[in-house]
Design a protein around this ligand. Structure first.
Ligand SMILES: *[C@@H]1O[C@H](CO)[C@@H](O)[C@H](O)[C@H]1NC(C)=O
Ligand SMILES: *[C@@H]1O[C@H](CO)[C@@H](O)[C@H](O)[C@H]1NC(C)=O
Ligand SMILES: *[C@@H]1O[C@H](CO)[C@@H](O)[C@H](O)[C@H]1NC(C)=O
Length: 612
């Protein structure tokens, strides 16, 4: 799970810690566990709508008809559990645990690490190991390969099509990626079990990719293989499986897949897309399934300072390095303001938690209930003070009350900036003529690349002018200094700029969200007996919308559907050992079997949905 340079991934809930710092604060449930994946949030509509909608006009996060009767429905409205009508597909994994484990363990044993310096597919032979991975899939999933149409694209990305009997229905698209982040050679001896052993110790399957994302890829293939084996399911709706090969290096495998699908099926042709992402987790004593319904945007800004060179025995007051330091200091003195909007998924999340989670902090609960009641009492108005208090909780309260590690709550409601690279100076007695810094930004869902550029220009231009530097920002001259200048500042984006993802639907009037929440409920209700927890609060699961701070391959699929859910149903015993992207990546075998069971149910539920 990664995506864009430096990327991270899902936001809040997720049983899937992605990095070392994800495990920093293991205390209260997923809120804290998932550093990168702090996803959590819930929300509404899409960004565009968001931008053009006056913020007083609230959508229907809250139920208006009950408001008219002076009551407020719970903010946790959920669909009823949905079970496949054709037959009980959960029974297909009963007694299949060994096979399911072996499928994943075998996939881990075929290394598919990608590195940032990889050349093009077809030119750099380090890609060739992916042939082995595809051979492994062919050997392991014979029925998939027999009955589905397999089309490789971009050499190592692959599309499988399981044709439905009714071509007028939109296909279901399950996506994932076959590549993994590398195992750093220096850390190899820190692994409890060799990272490419796929070792199963009776509880966990160990190794690089066991979680990210071979569990998603193998989970989907296993479900289809089992459905084919049963001979009892013949899809009416086409099922597509699309697996990229370079998600971890933000490559183009998924883009090629997306183009292939768009060519054949058209724009907006997909019923629902599921990709890797957030999971099932507990927060404040309540269990939540929390798919990411959005992703923050991202871009990198390069700042370059050009000054006169010369001998350092007779220096000016500032060298290029001094200037760029002052510009960076100006940026850091003007961080982006937090901006939590009423239609953010995070608002929906907190209001649901206020209704459902017994251990939610008191103040947060009070404000969430005030907000929910205000929205319901009078159409089009809401309690701005309560919303602001909730925003403040994300920014500072979530850290102070121990819910989230420092910085994480703020990152969920703000655009972030991190100066990650600085270059300049070669020689101790020569003034540097050209100095550059690169700042990585993750863009708040309430903002955009364009707004980010405005902010950067508004901060850097006056600072540069004060320093007697001329400035060119995003291709245009900004200040016209009279007379000679000390140097020049050039500010621009590096090659990519990604706006926040359009938000996927997360209200019950939407059929995609209904089948998603109904399936989570049904799968949870039929969980193995051994999972049934004494704790009363855990006897129900609520699906809430979350956000991702990083980017997955889904950014390549926006043209195909609005209904994108980044989610892995990973719930059960030992669910929290995970360690994606770091040493000792592993997944609980029971959890993985449950994930396969979820895929089985979801595929059939989507097939049987009449309103998608
Ligand atoms: C389907 O079968 C499984 C496993 O045999 C069982 O646990 C579950 O309760 C059944 N589900 C339904 C809806 O009957
Ligand atoms: C700006 O820098 C140039 C070149 O170093 C210098 O000649 C000029 O006087 C400076 N102007 C101001 C206003 O400091
Ligand atoms: C989506 O469609 C637009 C308009 O046709 C096109 O410019 C863009 O490249 C497409 N995006 C992707 C990821 O294919």
């Amino acid at each position: 799970m990664r995506g864009l340079p430096t990327n991270e991934k899902s936001l809040l809930p997720s049983n899937t810690p992605r990095t070392e710092d994800d495990i920093l604060k293991p205390r209260p449930g997923w809120l804290s566990r998932n550093g990168k994946s702090l996803g959590l949030l819930f929300g509404l509509f899409l960004i565009l709508q968001h931008i053009i909608t006056p913020h007083d006009v609230v959508g229907d996060i809250f139920d208006q008809s009950s408001a008219a009767r002076g009551e407020r429905k719970s903010s946790c409205q959920q669909a009823d559990a949905i079970y496949p009508k054709a037959y009980n597909v959960s029974s297909l994994v009963v007694n299949q645990k060994d096979r399911v484990i072996n499928w994943l363990a075998g996939a881990v044993r075929v290394p598919t690490e990608t590195f940032d310096d990889f050349g093009k597919v077809g030119e750099d032979d380090r890609w060739d190991k992916f042939y082995k991975f595809h051979e492994y899939l062919e050997k392991s999933f014979p029925l998939v390969h027999k009955h589905l149409k397999r089309t490789p694209v971009y050499t190592h990305a692959v599309l499988f099509e399981w044709e439905g009997t009714d071509p007028s229905l939109k296909p279901l698209l399950l996506t994932g990626h076959s590549d993994t982040v590398p195992v750093l050679p220096a850390t190899r001896n820190l692994w409890k079990h060799d990272p490419f052993s796929g070792y199963y110790d009776g509880e966990h399957i160990w190794g690089r990719g066991s979680s990210d994302d071979k569990s998603g890829l193998i989970g989907a293939l296993a479900a289809v293989e089992l459905l084919l084996e049963s001979g009892k399911f013949n899809p009416t709706r086409t099922v597509l499986l699309a697996f990229g090969n370079d998600e971890e290096i933000a490559g183009n495998g998924a883009l090629a897949l997306s183009h292939l699908i768009e060519e054949k099926y058209g724009k907006d042709s997909i019923a629902i897309l599921i990709d890797e992402g957030n999971g099932v987790d507990e927060a404040w004593g309540q269990l939540f399934a929390a798919p990411a319904v959005g992703e923050k945007g991202a871009t990198n800004i390069q700042i370059k300072v050009e000054t006169q060179g010369g001998h350092s025995s007779v220096p000016p007051p500032h060298t290029g390095i001094g200037y760029i330091s002052l510009l960076i200091a100006a940026l850091e003195a003007h961080p982006f303001k937090p901006d939590l909007q009423i239609d953010s998924p995070l608002v929906n999340y907190i209001t649901c938690a206020a209704d459902a989670a017994p251990d939610i902090p008191k103040d947060l609960k009070k404000n969430a209930l005030r907000l929910a009641n205000s929205v319901n009492s009078k159409k089009g108005k809401f309690d701005r003070k309560a919303l602001k208090a909730i925003e403040d909780w994300w920014v500072t309260g979530s850290y102070e009350d121990g819910t989230l590690p420092q910085g994480k709550g703020r990152a969920l409601v703000s655009t972030t900036q991190a100066v990650d690279i600085i270059n300049g100076g070669l020689k101790v007695n020569a003034l540097p003529e050209s100095v550059t810094a690169v700042v990585n930004h993750r863009i708040n869902i309430a903002s955009s690349v364009a707004e980010l550029k405005e902010h950067i220009e508004a901060v850097i231009a006056p600072a540069a002018t004060k320093l007697n530097l001329s400035i060119e920002a995003f291709g245009k001259e900004v200040n016209l200094l009279e007379g000679p200048k000390a140097g020049k500042v050039i500010v621009d984006t590096t090659k990519f700029g990604l706006d926040p993802a359009p938000l996927s639907p997360f209200t019950l009037d939407d059929p995609a969200w209904r089948v998603f929440t109904g399936t989570a409920k049904g799968v949870y209700a039929t969980r193995p007996e051994a999972y049934i927890n004494e704790d009363e609060a855990k006897k129900e699961i609520f699906t809430v919308p979350a956000l991702s701070t990083g980017n997955t391959d889904t950014r390549q699929y926006w043209n195909l559907t609005r209904n994108i859910y980044r989610f892995a149903y990973q719930y059960g015993k030992n669910q929290h050992l995970n360690n994606a992207h770091t040493v000792n990546e592993a997944i609980s075998a029971d959890v993985f079997v449950e994930q396969v069971r979820w895929f089985l149910n979801f595929i059939v539920n989507v097939d049987e949905a009449t309103d998608l």
